[in-house]
Each structure stands twice: as C-alpha cells, then as structure tokens.
Design a protein around this ligand. Structure first.
Ligand SMILES: C[S@@+](CC[C@H](N)C(=O)[O-])C[C@H]1O[C@@H](n2cnc3c(N)ncnc32)[C@H](O)[C@@H]1O
Length: 405
C-alpha cells in the first residue's frame, strides 16, 4: 500500500486514466461530498459492459430514492461522461482495476489523499476478464433503495429494507454475487452463449414463490450487467403467478409466469439458465432433471428440506460400521442432506456438468445454505461412486429415477 498527497488535479487525472481503461477497469465508485459543496448524486458506480452496440461505460447514479443507469459508448461519449463526473464535488473515489486498487479522498485543504495497492495476480489459466468478486470487500449487488425492493415489499417507501426482511435482502445479495460470478465465468469459458436483444438469455426460476430472487436476478443481469434477459417463473401456486405477473407489469419487466408443477410445466423454449431456490424436498430433483433434459448451460439450485433420503435411510439396513451416523434423528437428517446433495452432484457430473457444491448464504441467515452450481461443459464422469453409494446405503434417489439411472 502506498499513500501520498497530490493536487486534486493530479489525483483526478489518475482516476480518469483508470476509468477510461476499458480493458482493465473492474469497478469504480464515487461517493461522499467535499467540504465546500455537495454533488448532484449520492453515489455513482461505473464499470465497462459489452452490449450489442459495442463496449460501453455503464454509469449507475443513485439519488435519495432511486438508481439511474445509463450506458456510454467507449470513446468520446464515455470520456465526456467521465469529465462530468470528475467535475462533481465527490469526496471520495475508489477505483479497482485488474492491476491495482486506488482510493482518492479529498482533504479539508482540497488536495487529493491517494492510497494505491497492487492486486494479487490471478493464477495462470484463470479467466482473463477483470475479476469481479475475488479478493474484494463485498459490494452491494443491488442497492437497498432500488425500486425493485419496494415493489416486492422488502423495502419501505423511503427505500430502506424493513428490519424484518433484512435476512431475505442478504439472501438476495449473496445469491446475486454467485449468479454474477457464475454467468461471467461460464461466458468467459464459452459455456454460456452471448445473448442478444433478439435472442435474450432465457432464465427460468422453478418454484419461484413470490419471486424475490427471480426479479432480483432479472434486475441485476439487465440493469447492472447490460444483458438482455427473458425471465420465466414457475410455481405450483396460482396466487404466485398472479402476484408475480402484477409485479412484473408494474416494474415493466419482460417476464412470464406459469402456474404448474416443476416436473411438467411447459415452457415456450428451453432455458439457458435454470434457478431453483429452496424448492421443497424432491422438487429440487424435478428441477435438476428438467435442467438436464433442457440441456441448460447453467444451473443454480439451493435445495430445501431433504425428507426423501432421510425416510429411506430410516427404513434401510444400515451398512457396517456406519450405524452411529444415522442412529440419532438430527445426525440422520444432516447425513441425509449431505448424501442427497452428493448424489445429485454425481448424477449431474455423469450428465456433462461441472458441479460445485458451495455455501449459498451465511449460515447465520438460513440453515438451508447449500448451493449446487452446475455448468454444462460436456465432460462426463462415470457413475461408479454413485452406484457404490446407493448400493451401500440401499437407497433410490429421486433424481436417479428421473434420469433413468
Ligand atoms: C420455500 S419456497 C421458495 C420460493 C423462492 N424460490 C425463494 O427462494 O424465495 C418454495 C416454493 O416452491 C414451490 N413448489 C414446491 N414444490 C413445487 C413443485 N413441485 N412444482 C412447482 N412449485 C413448487 C412452492 O409453491 C413455493 O412457492
């Protein structure tokens, strides 16, 4: 970390250089005020995005209640908006590039206090895109005062998350962080197609409930990442379909909602991305089987309760010497959770998916915090481990049956 004080002009020149480096800039934020003046915006975030019309500087300006997003073509248009923003009397700029972190604070005397630190270089073979999540403090994926949250009832009219809904907001944030990294990585590695305005990314949320994560995913991918997205939500409850359709209409979101079961819902076209978040018990298996059938490129599934395998373990003969693992109810349930998800991961690996089993959201917020992330790479693993496990434990996983294994 290097610290020094320069004239404000010199300091802002460094910020300008980083902001306009469309190959290196990861993200920049302007915030706070100077002693002498207040900027027009509470906070501004900048990043480069690739749109159909070419590379653009995306600027998200936050006022007291709303986020306003605009995109500016690389070149003169982007340079002009950068000049306007540098002229605003922000008290702080923080800039993250692939190579370094730079922060600028305007001192009481009107100088620039600068801190720079060099970033750890990514491992060889890592994605060449700027790392959007690695080695960084958590960024807000969607601001609390994004109008979406008020429309969903998570925030009050002033754009503050209601204390009783804070856990859900955190869950949404953690989920978006994983979705963002997963989409960027799958695209960088050629596993997820580039969507266009004519052929948007098709995202389906199976068991979408009231659509908190569904709408947040749409908002984030379209507004923050500039990706054209068509969203479909499926839930067995008609009330869910009607409620979500009304919210989508109110927000002007391109989405359709289907009342039907995950196993049988009919979609107009096979989706690219399948989400299934806390769909109950074997509904997660239905969702994974549909994803495999659709050959979805990316699947994010956070399982909920796991009654099926727990019930089978209770009835089956326990293999030696594992009785102690399943004698007590709480241990049997936890073991069943682990066994169920391990078997799901193996089945997906045998169907051409690279699978990570990861923490979804901090366990302080929900005990249901496991996420299966599956990316369709075409690499197929043998079912040997799966076969050994189900034979040893005498069980018949629902996903195995659905996939005809
Ligand atoms: C625990 S809620 C989760 C809602 C939402 N995904 C979320 O994370 O906020 C589970 C939802 O899945 C729906 N669901 C459960 N089984 C289903 C099935 N087989 N087909 C369609 N929807 C199902 C329920 O109606 C409920 O809305």
């Amino acid at each position: 970390m290097a610290s020094r004080t320069e004239t404000l002009e010199q300091g802002l020149a460094r910020v300008r250089e980083d902001l306009l480096a469309d190959d290196r800039l990861v993200r920049a934020v302007a915030s706070g005020r100077r002693r002498s003046a207040t900027p027009d915006w509470r906070r501004v975030e900048l990043r480069w995005v690739d749109l159909k019309a070419g590379r653009h500087l995306q600027v998200v300006r936050y006022d007291a209640t709303q986020a306003h997003t605009s995109n500016h073509l690389a070149g003169d248009a982007a340079a002009a908006v950068v000049e306007d923003l540098l002229a605003e009397p922000f008290g702080n700029w923080t800039v993250e590039t692939a190579a370094h972190l730079l922060s600028l604070r305007v001192t009481k005397k009107g100088d620039a206090a600068l801190h720079t630190s060099t970033r750890t270089l990514p491992a060889a073979g890592a994605a060449v895109e700027p790392d959007r999540g690695h080695d960084r403090a958590k960024e807000r994926m969607l601001a609390e005062d994004d109008p979406l949250f008020a429309a969903l009832g998570l925030a009050d009219a002033q754009g503050r998350i209601k204390p009783s809904r804070m856990a859900k907001y955190r869950q949404v944030e953690d989920f978006l962080r994983i979705l963002d990294r997963s989409v960027a990585d799958a695209r960088a590695r050629g596993h997820l197609r580039k969507p266009t305005a004519e052929d948007p990314l098709r995202v389906v949320d199976l068991g979408c409930g009231n659509g908190y994560l569904t709408f947040a995913a749409h908002r984030f991918l379209t507004e923050r990442r500039g990706l054209p997205v068509h969203l479909t939500g499926v839930d067995v409850k008609e009330q869910s379909r009607d409620h979500n359709a009304a919210v989508a209409a109110g927000l002007g979101i391109d989405a359709s909602f289907v009342a039907g079961t995950i196993g049988e819902a009919v979609l107009a076209e096979a989706p690219d991305v399948v989400l299934a978040l806390h769909a109950c018990d074997t509904a997660t298996d239905d969702a994974l089987a549909r994803a495999v059938g659709w050959e979805a490129s990316l699947v994010l599934a956070a399982p909920c309760c796991h009654h099926d395998i727990a019930a089978q373990l209770r009835k089956a003969d326990t293999p030696t010497p594992y009785t102690a693992l399943v004698r007590d109810g709480i241990l049997r349930e936890r073991f069943a959770d682990t066994l169920t998800d391990a078997l799901r991961a193996q089945l997906l690996r045998s169907r051409g998916y690279r699978v990570d089993v990861m923490e979804f959201v901090d366990s302080a917020h929900t005990p249901r915090n496991t996420l299966l992330r599956a990316v369709r790479t075409g690499g197929v693993q043998p079912l040997t481990e799966y076969d050994d496990l189900v034979a040893t434990w005498g069980i018949h996983p629902r996903l195995g049956e659905l996939l005809g294994t």
